[in-house]
Design a protein around this ligand. Sequence first.
Ligand code: NAD
Ligand code: UFG
Length: 372
Amino acid sequence: MILAQGSERVPTGRALLVAQNRQLFVTFTTEKMTSSILVTGGAGFIGSHTCVALAAAGYTPVILDNLGNSDIRVLERLARISGSAPRFIEGDVRDRALLDRVFAEQPIAGVIHFAGLKAVGDSVADPLTYYDNNVNGSFVLAAAMKAAGVRTLIFSSSATVYGDPDSSPIPEHAALRPANPYGRSKLMVEQALGDLQRSDATWRIALLRYFNPVGAHESGLIGEHPQGKPNNLMPFVCQVAVGLRDKLSVHGGDYPTPDGTGVRDYVHVMDLAEGHVAALKHAEKQPGLTTLNLGTGEGASVLEVVKAFERASGQRIACEIGPRRPGDVPAYWGDPALALATLGWRARRGLDQMCADSWRWQQGNPRGYEPR
Ligand code: NAD
Ligand code: UFG
């Protein structure tokens, strides 16, 4: 039981313990008590959607983000969706003094750690920046959590840790052989957090390996808006549909797949967001280390995505089959059975909804959070 200072109130379920002049009183309240969850990288694509899911589940998200790949105007949109904007702290996850202040200022029940860099090509060109941001950032965060006594951590890993898998669907016990510095940065953090949990069994850690997150919140108010030319398929298709780009270059039409184009496990970002809430609730129940795939268990080819997007948007997507993209894997999709068994979570939204929601966001916000 925590004792309050002065007349501060400390949540103990629906009863409140009130400490005044060294005397304790128990009062009852109808006020809703919620746990604060620190969401690093919470202004970004997956983080912002997870803030919506957290708020819907009764948590209070607190965002820490350096805005390196996001826009402060996402906060107004979050307020419109959830009724109030999350508390926002602009800063870097590698700033230990800042983290210490954040943990000291308010009770944080757990952390969802999205903050990181994610462009594979950039990680090859500038590995030290990637290791600093993704690996060092996670170490600084974990050390600050340890010092503050916060031991619940949900970490954004990636299916990229599997590299080119032997077969699909990929189970969590498959070989881990990431093919680039970005993927290796995720695996290093997974391994370090595993060591941390084994060193102190009170930690509650979930390592979530996402497959290909796409889509947007159904309101069309938040979504993904990459800076510059998109690397990923869905944002590129969206920009062709809205007239910002002439045509999609399909990276390879001669793969050993049914239509010759690459196959991936696309998962709706709101399903992913809800997966984080499920992982948090699971971690709250018992200490331990859980490693889970978050995907649909089904693959879709580039041309299937294009067709689904055309159906959802009524727009024709001009395509041209080009050469393979170096480093691309022909086909893979995840086995989500362990996530279902462990969390009771499964992806509920299909490819048509992923495309419809991406299109609603893109159409309403062709320049992202910039005014039209
Ligand atoms: P994003 O770039 O939209 O979000 C990341 C956020 O973290 C951004 O708002 C950025 O400003 C912030 N950030 C980056 N470095 C920071 C730092 N040092 N301190 C504070 N804030 C920092 O990316 P996303 O797609 O939402 O991805 C979130 C996480 O999920 C990342 O860790 C990414 O590696 C992982 N992931 C993403 C994908 C994907 O395809 N989108 C797939 C697998 C895993
Ligand atoms: N593709 C095209 N044209 C494009 C972009 C992509 O044909 O303009 C194809 C790719 O060749 C691939 C598929 O679309 O076959 C998906 O490519 P993405 O770039 O959207 O996604 P990746 O599977 O390459 O990688 C993504 C993230 C990684 C993450 C991984 C997890 O970019 O960071 O999913 O599975 F690790």
